[in-house]
Design a protein around this ligand. Structure first.
Ligand SMILES: [Zn+2]
Ligand SMILES: [Zn+2]
Length: 355
């Protein structure tokens, strides 16, 4: 199999030919056809997250040590089943096309058994984060239960549901109960943020204020159904947002946190999703006095992925702009994303490489 690997953090990925793994036990080998390129891949590529105040969290501390294969938006074809994968009616079969749920936990701790693999505390196996990911012709999945049928959806769009749409969907579920006049800010209209607009629309939220510094991204957010757009560089941005019921912060910087939290109405919620970096300093009394919530949201669980896939299959979830490129373009895709040149999502096509 061919994988595009981080050999040295921050340096171009290298095309590496590896032995194709044979699925053992309950494992399933999936031949990847599409693999989405996510902004958080950039942090893993760089090798650290910025914690602010000059502090960094290095990804090697959670087991991500080069050589490492990125990619947590996998879509592909079931190629081989381990001996303990259930056979028969309703079971997964070789040749089926599936989204791979990438946020896989240890499978045995209480959190995983409760269906919250994405909060696993005792050994996560997140594809492309802790274990080899989908910038590859093949990926090994620990259990068939992590494969989700996306029949009828375009393959590149299907790939993006595994992180982009799922992350937005789970974040949106953390907003307070919304009345018909309540406004929600989507801060940062990159790939996940645009999914946020589409997810909110699919959930019936109408008063969405899309916030970004890039007019092209704002125009795309408006096309996806945002009722208003706001260039956050304008001096009146904070004033225009004042009174929002919630904010989905897909950037996660000190500036976006200040903007969202400062604009909340009483009882509002600011949901931190983006991993841009920095630290939050905020006076404590108003958090109580205004009864606001500041909550984090990290990807989503398997059930939420099934729900978001169902929305997409019913055509209720509008796809963001997606550009499908050959897998050889992996480095260019990361560079373009880093430079802010991508509106929507780039998805890599691994089909030709596997042929
Ligand atoms: Zn992602
Ligand atoms: Zn676990």
């Amino acid at each position: 199999m061919i994988s595009y690997q981080v050999i040295e953090h921050g340096k171009p990925l290298q095309r590496i030919v590896l032995q194709k793994p044979k699925p053992k036990g309950a494992e399933v080998l999936v031949r990847i056809t599409r693999s989405g390129v996510c902004h958080s891949d950039l942090h893993i590529w760089d090798g650290y997250f910025d914690w602010g105040g000059g502090r960094r969290f290095y990804v090697k501390e959670r087991g991500c040590v080069p050589p490492f294969t990125l990619g947590h938006e996998p879509f592909g074809v079931v190629e081989a089943l381990g001996p303990r994968v259930p056979r028969g009616k309703g079971a997964v079969k070789v040749g089926q096309k599936r989204i791979v749920y990438p946020w896989i936990g240890c499978g045995s701790c209480a959190v995983c058994r409760a269906g919250q693999d994405n909060y696993c505390i005792s050994g996560s196996r997140y594809l492309g984060v802790n274990v080899p990911g989908a910038y590859s012709t093949h990926v090994l999945v620990p259990d068939a239960k992590y494969l989700v049928d996306a029949g009828g959806i375009d393959e590149s769009f299907a790939a993006t549901l595994a992180c982009s749409a799922l992350t937005a969907y789970s974040a949106a579920s953390k907003l307070p109960a919304l009345g018909p006049k309540d406004r929600v800010a989507v801060i940062g209209c990159g790939g996940v943020g645009l999914s946020g607009v589409a997810v909110l629309r699919a959930k019936g939220v109408k008063n969405i204020v899309a916030c970004d510094i890039d007019p092209a991204k704002l125009a795309t957010a408006a096309k996806l159904g945002a009722a208003a757009t706001l260039d956050t560089r304008t001096p009146q941005a904070a004033e225009e947002l004042r009174g929002i019921a919630g904010a989905l912060d897909f950037v996660g910087s000190p500036a976006t946190a200040a903007l969202g939290i400062g604009a909340l109405r009483k009882g509002g919620r600011h949901v931190v999703v983006g991993l841009y970096g920095g630290e939050l300093v905020h006076p404590l009394p108003p958090i109580a006095q205004r009864a606001i919530g500041i909550v984090g949201s990290y990807v989503g669980n398997l059930q939420e992925l099934k729900e978001v896939v169902a929305l997409a299959r019913k055509k209720k979830l509008a796809p963001q702009p997606i550009e499908t490129r050959g897998a050889q373009g992996a480095n260019g895709a990361l560079e373009d994303l880093k430079a802010g040149r991508v509106v929507g999502r780039i998805v890599l096509d691994f089909e030709e490489l596997a042929a």
